[in-house]
Design a protein around this ligand. Structure first.
Ligand code: BGC
Length: 368
C-alpha cells in the first residue's frame, strides 16, 4: 500500500513538473498577470507613467510587464501578442492610435483577457471593458479659460493648435476648449489667427465630430514637437501685423507648448504671449518658472496608475471594479473611472507640484 502510494506520488510529481515546464515553455519562461502597453518612450509623459507604475508595483503580489509601442500600431499589436503568450489576465493599454488598436484588444478579448484603456480610449470596438482617464474635456476647458482670463481688449490674436487626430483625447481637449473659446470669438474678444476651418465654424457653439475633425486636421501637431514648431513658424511667417503684438496660444500639451513658445518668443513682432500646456512635464515646469510657458494642466499620474492597478487587482481577485461614469467609444458605452485635473501656473507651481511631493525642488532652478 505504502509502496503503491509512493509510486503514485512520484508519477503525480512528474506529471505536475511536465505541465509546469510546458506552460513555462509556451510563455517564454515566465508568466505575467498584468500586461501594460504604453505608446512611446519619446515623450516624457509616458516615461513618467512607466516610472509611476514601477513605484506603485514595487510590493505588488501580482507580476506585471511594461512594453512601449514607439508610435507604431504594428509594434503595439506585437506587444499585446507577446503579453498574451505570457498568459496575462488583464491588459492595461494606452493606444498609439485609438481606432487601429481595436484589432490588438480584440485578440486579447478572444483569450479571455480583461482590457483596460489607460488615458486614451480605444474606439469602434466592443473589446474594451474599462477606461481609466483624466477629465479630458476639463483639460481643454481649463486651457481655454486661462486664455480668456488673460486676453486684453478686443480682437486679441488667438493661435490654435491641437493633438493627433488618431487620439480620441485630441477631440475631447479641443471640444472642451472650444466650448469656452467660441463665445469669446463670437463676441470679438479673440480673432482666430491661424485656422480657416475654425474661422468657418466660429458661430457654432457645439461642433460635431466631423467638424472637430476638420479643425484638428488643419491645426494638428500630431503630438510632435517638431511638427508644432514648423507649424508655428509657418503661421508667424504668414501672419499680418494685426495678428502679432500681444497674442494668445492654445497649445495642447507641454511638449508642443515648449516648441511653440520658443518660436513665438523669438519673433520680435510678438510683444507678449500666453501659451497653455498639459502634463506638468519637468521641462515645462522649468519653462513656467522661467516665464516662457504660462500654465500647464497637472494630471497626477499617481492617481491614474492607482486606479488602473486597483482595477486590475480587483479583476484578478474576481471582483467587479467600481466605475464613476462611461464613455461612448463609437461601438459601446465603456465603463470609466475619471480623475480631476489641476491648473498650475507660476503662482501655485510650488504648492501643487513640490509640496505634494510630485517633484523635488532640487530638480528645478529658481524654486525654493
Ligand atoms: C495624453 C496627454 C499627452 C498626449 C501626447 C494624450 O492622449 O492625454 O497627456 O500629452 O496624449 O502624448
Amino acid at each position: 500500500m505504502l509502496k503503491k502510494f509512493k509510486g503514485f506520488t512520484f508519477l503525480l510529481m512528474l506529471m505536475t513538473f511536465a505541465i509546469v515546464a510546458a506552460a513555462c515553455d509556451a510563455s517564454g519562461g515566465s508568466s505575467v498577470d498584468v500586461g501594460i502597453v504604453l505608446p512611446t518612450k519619446d515623450e516624457p509623459r509616458w516615461v513618467q507613467d512607466e516610472q509611476r507604475f514601477k513605484d506603485a508595483l514595487a510590493d505588488s503580489d501580482y507580476s506585471t510587464e511594461i512594453l512601449f509601442s514607439q508610435g507604431s500600431s504594428a509594434k503595439e499589436k506585437e506587444n499585446v501578442e507577446a503579453l498574451l503568450n505570457k498568459g496575462i489576465k488583464v491588459l492595461i493599454i494606452t493606444p498609439h492610435d485609438g481606432a487601429a488598436a481595436a484589432s490588438a484588444v480584440e485578440a486579447a478579448k478572444k483569450e479571455g483577457v480583461t482590457v483596460i484603456a489607460y488615458d486614451r480610449l480605444i474606439t469602434d470596438t466592443d473589446a474594451v471593458d474599462y477606461y481609466v482617464t483624466f477629465d479630458s474635456l476639463a483639460v481643454g476647458a481649463a486651457q481655454a479659460q486661462y486664455l480668456v482670463d488673460n486676453a486684453k481688449g478686443s480682437n486679441a490674436p488667438l493661435y490654435l493648435y491641437a493633438g493627433a487626430a488618431s487620439d480620441n483625447n485630441a477631440f475631447l481637449f479641443f471640444e472642451g476648449a472650444w466650448q469656452v473659446l467660441q463665445p469669446k470669438i463670437a463676441d470679438g474678444t479673440f480673432k482666430i489667427a491661424n485656422s480657416s476651418e475654425a474661422e468657418a465654424l466660429k458661430d457654432s457653439a457645439d461642433l460635431s465630430r466631423d467638424q472637430l475633425g476638420k479643425i484638428i486636421g488643419q491645426i494638428t501637431t500630431n503630438w510632435d514637437s517638431n511638427e508644432a514648431k514648423n507649424k508655428a513658424q509657418t503661421h508667424l511667417t504668414a501672419a499680418s501685423d494685426d495678428l502679432k503684438g500681444d497674442v494668445l496660444i492654445l497649445a495642447p500639451n507641454d511638449g508642443t507648448a515648449r516648441s511653440i513658445a520658443d518660436v513665438f518668443g523669438s519673433d520680435s513682432a510678438i510683444t507678449s504671449y500666453f501659451v497653455t500646456g498639459q502634463d506638468a512635464e519637468k521641462a515645462s515646469v522649468q519653462y513656467i518658472i522661467d516665464e516662457k510657458q504660462s500654465m500647464t494642466v497637472f494630471k497626477d499620474v499617481r492617481s491614474l496608475v492607482k486606479d488602473a492597478m486597483g482595477m486590475a487587482v480587483e479583476i484578478l481577485d474576481g471582483k467587479t471594479p467600481e466605475t464613476t461614469g462611461s464613455y461612448d467609444n463609437g461601438a459601446v458605452e465603456v465603463k470609466a473611472k475619471q480623475t480631476n485635473v489641476i491648473v498650475v501656473d507660476k503662482d501655485n507651481v510650488k504648492s501643487e507640484l513640490i509640496d505634494s511631493e510630485y517633484y523635488e525642488a532640487s530638480e528645478f532652478t529658481g524654486i525654493e
